[in-house]
Every structure is written in C-alpha cells, then in structure tokens.
Design a protein around this ligand. Structure first.
Ligand code: FMN
Length: 234
C-alpha cells in the first residue's frame, strides 16, 4: 500500500501533530511505502481562480510550481494522510493553498442541485474516490469539545461525512514532550494501535475513536503544564 503524508504545519519536522502522524504510521507494516511531503519546503502558489482546469486545459493547472509533484504523489497513493495544526478553528494556510489548487481533481459544476462537493470529486480518470483520506490534527486548547467543529464541517462538506478517518488531539503542546511524559507515551501508543487498526480494516473502531478523543491529561494538570511550558519559552 502506498501512503502519502502531507504535513501542513509551518514547523515541518518539529510539528506537534507529526508526533501523532509518525505514531500512526508506525502501526503500519514494514511493507507499507510511505512518502512524506512537508508543505513548508514546497513552492506553492495560490489558485488564481481562472478555471483553466475546467475549461481550456481540463484536469491541468495553469500554474507550474511544486504542486505538479504533489498532484503526481496524490494520484500514485492509496492513502493520503493530511497532518496539520488547527489554526483559528480551521485549516492552516499551506493546506488551504494546496486544497484550492486541487480544483483540477473535480468535475466542472454545471448547476445541478443534486451535485454536492464530493460528487464533483468523482472524476473517473483520477479514481480519487478509491483512495482513503486520514485527517490528523492537533490544537492548543484544553479539550476537543467545540474547537474542531469548523474543521470537521469543512471536511464533511468536501469529502462527505463519514468518508474519511480522523484523529483530532487537544493539548497539542504536550506532544512535544514526546516520549518523556507517561500520558503522552500512552496516547501515542493508542495512536499507533489506531494505525495498525486502520491498515488492517480501513477504519477505526468506535472504541478507539472515543479513546483518542479524550484529552491526554486532566484540565487541572494541563493548566499547570502549559503555564510551565510558556514560562520556559519566554
Ligand atoms: C496562528 C495560530 C493559530 C492557532 N489557532 C488555534 C485555534 O484556533 N484553536 C486551538 O485550540 N489552537 C490553536 N493554535 C494552536 C495550535 O493548533 C497548536 O499549537 C498545534 O498543536 C500546533 O501544531 P503543529 O506543531 O503541528 O503546527 C493556533 C496556533 C497558531 C500559531
């Protein structure tokens, strides 16, 4: 199986979220082929809104930049993992920029009320609907309660609710403690199990999803740890 990881954090390798993503892919067998693209290292220009990809050059973008390599990587993969921080309750700018440039993977919208976003993704020549998408994100808030609502709404509209797997983690700054803090180690172990489960079954069990949606530490402990974290960084 070919796995493509797209890291949308401006921190590249030092991303909190990549702790989750690396744990997730460590649950895959050695035979899995994993390619990681750090968007921060790529030259990606914003969509110009010219609709060339729907008109003059169907399925091709008018802009020549590193997106060409990313289109190829997307088409060659079986699983796409988008790894990103939550920024202002939504996607960070590099992911937004990349997503807008993916209009070429959609079919021209010609006004039917029945067409939704994910039905226009069903271009036969790209087989995008045969690929699996995993959304992995971390945020800085103490819990997940409301923080990811906007992000999930966006992915539900684009992909169709239930058509993608998600791992969303609150208290993201704690992930930097990586293998030094028991609660983080336990959480990452669960994420690794989630990776194993996903590879075998193509989805996560409701029990796994429930476990991963629980914060790593209690609100009280989080407040102590996060105050210490900021004072050390001052
Ligand atoms: C510009 C900016 C906006 C952010 N917006 C939110 C937010 O809306 N909600 C939240 O809980 N955390 C927010 N955060 C915190 C990040 O989501 C958190 O630090 C995350 O773990 C960073 O992941 P990364 O290291 O993979 O980039 C924001 C951070 C930055 C720098």
């Amino acid at each position: 199986m070919k796995i493509l990881v797209i890291n949308g954090s401006p921190k590249g390798q030092k991303s909190n979220t990549m702790w989750l993503t690396n744990a997730f892919i460590s649950g895959f067998p050695d035979t899995a082929e994993v390619k990681i693209i750090h968007l921060k290292d790529k030259d990606i220009h914003p969509c110009m809104g010219c609709f060339s990809c729907w008109t003059k050059t169907p399925g091709r973008c008018a802009i020549q930049d590193d997106m060409q390599e990313i289109y190829q990587a997307i088409l060659e993969s079986d699983v796409i993992i988008e790894s990103m921080p939550l920024y202002f309750a939504g996607v960070p700018s590099r992911i937004r920029m990349m997503t807008e440039r993916c209009l070429l993977f959609t079919k021209r919208y010609e006004g039917s009320p029945e067409d939704s976003f994910h039905t226009i993704l069903e271009l036969d020549e790209h087989n995008l609907m045969d690929k699996k998408l995993v959304l992995i994100s971390s945020c800085g808030y103490v819990s997940m309660d409301t923080m990811f609502e906007g992000l999930l709404k966006e992915y539900d509209l684009i992909c169709g609710a239930g058509n993608y797997t998600k791992i969303l983690c609150a208290q993201g700054e704690l992930l930097q403690a990586g293998d030094r803090t028991r609660q983080v180690v336990n959480y990452l172990e669960d994420v690794r199990e989630a990776g194993r489960e996903f590879y075998e079954n193509g989805c996560l069990t409701p029990e796994r999803e429930r476990k991963l949606s629980e914060p790593m530490v209690s609100p009280k402990t989080f407040e102590i740890l996060i105050k210490r974290y900021w004072s050390e960084r001052m």
